[in-house]
Ligand binder design. Structure first.
Ligand SMILES: *Cc1c(COP(=O)(O)O)cnc(C)c1O
Length: 494
């Protein structure tokens, strides 16, 4: 299958889209056409495991990959998850479910894709005849970094370097990254917020000069951020898998629409739901939940995307983002794949920090996505209520989704679709905030807090978290954005 750039100047096959990460014209790769999944296909997937379903969906996009090999890679990836099922759906009450995507090696939903991406990239290099080493350069708001480090650690011919905003990630996220093992990994704190990190990475990607300097060292760049389609494709799978689980559990019949509420940052997770819908999955409303950095809520209401606003640090740091990269892919679709128009909007964004869509475009956006946001107190309240009413402990990101799901219900009381809350992180990744939400008390020390949270909720502590306590800190360096490329070069020259 071919992929085209949202800015119109490139067309490549899937493996090349994965290896490149970002198109040379600055656009993002999208499938030239959406493969369709029929009722019959869905029926056939009922008896399959998560890994088998994943191979089934992924092969439609990556048809030049050997299917048996792809299946083996999916089995190896999802075999690392703590539970037999990589994406268990928990029924809270009639009509309401939580989709738990945090049972992977790093306890956040990024594992759903980053356990498979190393295979897609490694094999992609072989399929494209690439002989150089690959440097995967990652900007992270907290969870992608760790998942990429873990996914790529000790990978053959691939190095990975993660940039995180110095003061923009949680204690536990930082600890997870800075204790990372592996001979091919590097972690650097960058002054500024996530947008600064992401901008630095995009600048490095689009610079010919940097590319030449890296080429001299025998390296080429790739990305593990959700700008890479190889990140998005595995995320499409769990929407299919959830729908199929609802079918096999006799909660719905084929064709019944299902709503998803998705805690959103870079717009990758919810975009994957939109893609699943375009492939034929009968989804209902897609609800985009934001925290206090609610640029997306404002955009879906007004049609104006305006980054001239304060960047606010919240207790859901993986959603503290003002420039949501994947929105470009949705704009491309709702303009009927008008690459010129998409490029124009993105030009406006980079030149003036702002763009505005037409009333017609806005109406189409609103037809696809409903958006809302939660403040900090509201998030805590939603987590407390959910815990006391249902005995279910949610992390802070999922807390934002819980609140926004409530807003949606109030706004559309007659919508009787089954509702799924996408749960993106294990609560133990944010122990202090979660403990505060369920008990009203503060405990400063992370590991003491984890112990108390466990006593309070009886939720098991994942080994990946409890083990961190005794791991030595390997990475302590920080740098301003202007020095990042020097650090990248020093790393590849090591
Ligand atoms: C990355 C992340 C999100 C946001 O997902 P996007 O695909 O960037 O919208 C939400 N919650 C958690 C815990 C995350 O790690």
């Amino acid at each position: 299958m071919y992929f085209v750039s949202t800015r119109g100047k490139e067309r490549v096959i899937g493996s090349e889209a994965v290896v490149k990460g970002l198109a040379a014209d600055g656009g993002l790769f999208v499938p030239e056409t959406f493969p369709t999944v029929t009722a019959g296909d869905i029926n056939a997937m009922r008896s399959m495991s998560y890994a088998e379903r994943a191979a089934e969906i992924l092969h439609r996009f990556f048809d030049e990959y050997d299917k048996a090999e792809l299946l083996a890679a999916c089995k190896a990836a999802y075999g690392q998850f703590e539970r037999g099922d990589a994406a268990p759906l928990v029924k809270i009450k009639d009509g309401l479910y939580v989709l738990e995507l945090f049972h992977g090696p790093t306890c956040a939903f990024k594992d759903m894709a980053l356990t498979v991406l190393p295979y897609l990239l490694r094999k992609g290099c072989d399929l494209c005849g690439i002989k150089e080493k690959v440097l995967v350069l990652v900007a992270t708001s907290g969870d992608t970094g760790k998942a990429a480090l873990e996914g790529f650690k000790n990978a053959e011919g691939i190095d990975v370097m993660v940039l995180y905003p110095e003061d923009g990630v949680s204690k536990m996220q930082k600890l997870q990254m800075c204790t990372q093992e592996g001979s091919n990994v590097n972690v650097l704190a960058v002054s500024g917020n996530f947008d600064d990190c992401q901008r630095t990475v995009k600048t490095i990607f689009s610079s010919k000069e940097y590319a030449e300097q890296l080429a001299k060292e025998g390296y080429r760049l790739s990305s593990a951020n959700s700008i890479n389609f190889g990140r998005l494709a595995p995320q499409i799978v769990y929407y299919f898998s959830t729908y199929i689980d609802l079918l096999t559990g006799k909660q719905i019949e084929y064709g019944d629409p299902v709503n998803f509420t998705v805690p959103t940052g870079n717009f990758g997770d919810i975009l994957a739901a939109y893609y699943a819908k375009r492939m034929g999955l009968p989804l209902g409303k897609l609800i985009c939940a934001s925290n206090r950095n609610h640029i997306l809520t404002d955009f879906f209401q007004s049609g104006v995307y305006d980054t001239h606003r304060e960047f606010i640090k919240t207790m859901s740091p993986s959603m503290d983002i003002l420039v949501s990269s994947n929105l470009e892919r949705l704009l491309y679709e709702i303009t009927d794949r008008n690459a010129e128009r998409t490029a124009e909007l993105m030009r406006s964004l980079s030149q003036s920090g702002k763009y505005e869509v037409t009333p017609g475009e806005l109406a189409r956006l609103q037809g696809e996505i409903w958006a809302g946001f939660a403040g900090e107190d509201e998030t805590i309240e939603a987590m407390y209520d959910f815990f006391s009413e249902n005995g279910y402990t949610a992390d802070t990101h999922t807390g934002v989704a819980l609140y926004v799901q409530g807003l949606y219900k109030d706004a559309f009381p007659r919508d009787k679709n089954e509702s799924v809350i996408v749960s993106t992180a294990n609560p133990y990744k944010f122990p202090q905030d979660v403990y505060y939400a369920v008990t009203g008390n503060d405990i400063k020390d992370s590991f003491k807090c984890i112990k108390r949270l466990n006593q309070e909720t009886a939720m098991p502590v994942p080994k990946a978290i409890s083990r961190l306590r005794d791991k030595p800190l390997r990475f302590k360096k920080s740098a301003p954005a202007s020095k990042v490329f020097d650090e990248v070069l020093a790393f590849v020259k090591r």
